[in-house]
Design a protein around this ligand. Structure first.
Ligand code: PEP
Ligand code: MG
Length: 747
């Protein structure tokens, strides 16, 4: 019996394929499919409903219902049984449809006389496209085999919809991937840019959905799965011990690759007439549909693993690699579900922007994008389903908005915005070589933050006077293995060479909290930002910091060296860190290495506690740099990574500025140079206020130097300071309003 049904199903698919091959209009094809399906399933009715917009379905073809209802009957998501299938993405099989909860009577279709109803979702890779329904007068429950058969038809329909086989009149039949779509995500890195989509993982296109010979397809699938298993085993063998997370992921891969259920379902689909790749894709679609319903983070990740495996399998079967042969478009903007920092770096400086479906503000990809100063948007949900290679795309990193295939008015408005930015850039380049001196003659030093070799060309192009913060952890984060000392020494030497004598402040490894090394055993901490991180790790397990200090000393090879310890919360930590350095220096000297002619040792001030350290701390430390990103999160108790609170408190809040005033005073008493290297230093108005409060060295993203310098040179710091102090005296919560008024009145 099952066998007969299978061959029925194969026959139906064969006929569908022939229909597709015919040179017919979209509507005629849909009509024919409903006819063939009803005929093959022995039902009076077969209907196809497609989404005309995100929550409306439209009857687009029918065999058995009133033909006049086609393109007239519509329903909302969740409305009636069809709407229920669409909303839940699940099959509805009802012997007595009118008595089902939610049944909606649609007189225009003559539906009431049909008792049984079977509806399956038409979806592709988790994207809902419509609903396929069969109905019959006889009150009966459809069998599992019949459900399967209808699902297979729905899958073919989904593929055909994707390939534009049913294009016709009306929104529901518009060609897919042609409309303008707006995505609202979150800002990973500011900046506006326009260009063309470059998919990191291009979709594999399956064109041969139906196959005549199941035996051949089963063999192809089996061979492909064997190859997949071998490659997963090889990956697992290649991952060295200690690469905790990676091994866990690969183990999950192996489990899926050997999962009997996964394989069996695909084999059954082949038995029903699908090609091997279509069977994989059908399974993948179901995984994606599940993925959208799962909220548990761990489970979602595992479903993603399964999704990745399906992609690998599809590539083996179709021979389509990541390299699809298509050329990278002009001004490429990378679109991906997510991307590792290494992959992002591999693109070098080619990318104009990056848009991710996932990611978080602190994720490694975001850290790298920041370092590369590429506008980046995260959480742009479902964009990989919509975007096609080469599509025009506008990225507004300031607002967290992406326009895909925008219409002309949007493009023109965006062009204006970019033109204004370009004009400002011109203005900045004209003052690039100028010293930054305020209108009342105060000298302010503007430095840049860096962390990758890719940053260093900006040292000249931005006009930075040096590197005020070199985040050494980036070199650790972009690798999947702990870098070797020689490797690091080489990189640091190249950094110093590129700086050509300008001062570079190397911050020792700042890991933990948001920066978790992929190869370090993750430690479960209730609150990582307040946990075992940065200097705390370095002092408790000094091996890595010692190795890094050696690399830095060797890189300097006699040249002066500037080091900064992160996250020092009390005097003693500074003393211990400095002692470690002295030990390493002595050892290096003993080993015959040239030690730097001078080592300058500073610390970051990232916890309020350090501002109240004993006087001897300020006397002994050679410079202090305020890490405003962390300092602010601890000062206001507002997580810098939590979208809900991270912008809640203004940097120009009176409490925060008063606190900074205290730090300035403490440094002034001991003549300790003070700088500020958090993100706020790169925001012009904030920078102006910081300078007015007495912080005369600011380190920021290279792209911010121009705008900051331009503003600082136009105003008198003493007057800004007066505005701030007066606002304090009036008890204003934030000085932003009064400062902005002053800037406007004196522009
Ligand atoms: C800071 O905390 O302000 C800082 C500069 O360090 P990071 O952003 O790397 O934590
Ligand atoms: Mg910090």
């Amino acid at each position: 019996m099952a066998h007969t049904l299978e061959s029925e199903s194969r026959k139906l698919l064969g006929r569908l394929r022939d229909t597709m091959a015919e040179d017919a209009a979209g509507q005629a094809r849909l009509d024919k499919i409903t006819h063939l399906t009803a005929d093959s399933m022995g039902t009076e009715v077969c209907s196809i409903y497609l989404f005309r917009d995100a929550d409306t379905l439209e009857l687009c073809a029918t065999q058995g219902l009133n033909a006049a209802a086609v393109h007239q009957t519509r329903m909302k998501l969740g409305e009636g049984l069809v709407g229920r299938v669409a909303r839940s993405g699940k099959t509805v099989n009802a012997a007595d449809a009118p008595s089902e909860p939610g049944f909606r009577f649609m007189p225009e279709t003559g539906e009431e006389i049909y008792s049984s109803f079977l509806g399956v979702p038409i979806q592709r890779l988790g994207e809902k496209l419509g609903v396929l329904v069969v109905q019959s007068k006889q009150a009966r429950q459809f069998s599992d085999d019949e459900i399967y058969a209808l699902e297979v038809v729905a899958m073919v329909l989904a593929e055909m919809t994707e390939l534009g086989a049913f294009v016709g009149e009306g929104a529901a039949m518009e060609k897919r991937h042609t409309q303008a779509v707006l995505f609202r995500g979150s800002t990973g890195q500011e900046g506006a840019t326009m260009g063309h989509v470059w998919l990191h993982e291009p979709r594999v296109v399956v064109t041969n959905l139906v196959a005549d010979d199941p035996e051949t397809e089963l063999t192809r699938l089996q061979e492909a799965v064997d190859r997949l298993r071998v490659s997963v085993d090889q990956m697992l063998a290649g991952a060295s011990i200690g690469e905790g997370d990676q091994v866990e992921v690969l183990e999950a891969y192996r489990m899926f690759a050997n999962s009997k259920g996964w394989l069996r379902r695909m084999e059954e689909d082949i038995g029903r007439g699908l090609s091997a790749e279509a069977a994989v894709e059908k399974e993948q679609s179901q995984t994606r549909a599940r993925m959208s319903q799962v909220t548990d983070g761990y489970l979602r990740e595992r479903l993603h693993d399964l999704d990745d495996l399906s992609n690998r399998l599809l590539r083996i079967l179709t021979g389509q690699g990541r390299e699809t042969g298509s050329e990278m478009p002009e001004n490429p903007i990378l679109v991906a579900r997510n991307i590792g920092p290494g992959d992002l770096l591999d693109y070098n400086r080619k990318l104009r922007g990056v848009v991710l479906e996932e990611g978080s503000v602190g994720s490694h990809a975001v850290i790298v994008a920041r370092a590369l100063a590429i506008p980046l948007i995260i959480n742009a949900e479902r964009i990989t389903n919509e975007a096609l290679n080469g599509d025009q795309i506008l990225v507004d990193g300031d607002q967290g908005i992406v326009h895909l295939r925008p219409d002309d008015t949007v493009v023109n408005a965006f062009r204006d915005k970019l033109a204004m930015q370009a004009k400002a850039q011109e203005r900045y380049s004209s003052i690039r070589e100028a010293e930054c001196v305020s209108a009342d003659g105060q000298r302010i030093h503007l430095l840049m933050n860096a962390g990758l070799m890719a940053d260093l060309p900006s040292l000249t192009s931005s006009g930075a006077e040096g590197v005020g913060l070199f985040r050494t952890e980036l070199q650790f984060l972009v690798r999947n293995k702990m870098p070797k000392r020689t490797e690091l020494a080489e990189i640091y030497a190249r950094v110093l060479d590129a700086a050509g004598g300008k001062r570079v402040v190397f911050r020792t490894l700042d890991i933990g909290s948001d920066k978790v090394l992929p190869y370090m055993k993750p430690t479960e901490e209730p609150n990582p930002a307040l946990g075992w991180r940065a200097i705390r790790v370095a002092l408790d397990r000094p091996g890595v910091m010692r190795m890094q200090l050696q690399a830095l000393i060797r890189a300097a090879n006699g040249r002066p060296l500037t080091l900064m310890f992160p996250f020092i919360a009390q005097y003693e930590e500074f003393i211990h860190a400095r002692a470690e350095l002295e030990k390493v220096m002595a050892r290096e000297q003993k080993l015959g290495h040239t030690v730097p002619e001078r080592v300058e040792i500073g610390t970051m001030l990232e916890t309020p506690s350090l501002a109240y350290a004993p006087q001897r701390f300020f006397d002994e430390v050679e410079f202090v740099s305020i890490g405003g990103n962390d300092l602010k999160q601890f000062f206001f108790a507002a997580d810098r990574e939590n979208e809900r609170v991270r912008r809640r408190y203004d940097t120009l809040n009176q409490s925060f500025l008063s606190f900074l005033r205290l730090v300035v005073e403490r440094c002034e008493t001991s003549n300790t140079p003070l700088s500020f290297c958090g993100e706020d230093a790169g925001r012009p108005v904030e920078a102006l206020c910081l300078a007015a409060m007495g912080i005369r060295t600011l380190s920021m993203r290279p792209a911010s130097i121009g705008p900051v310098k331009s503003l600082l040179m136009r105003y008198r710091l003493s007057e800004i300071r007066d505005v701030i102090e007066e606002a304090f005296a009036r008890g204003e919560q934030s000085v932003r309003g009064p400062v902005m008024d002053y800037l406007r009145d004196n522009s």
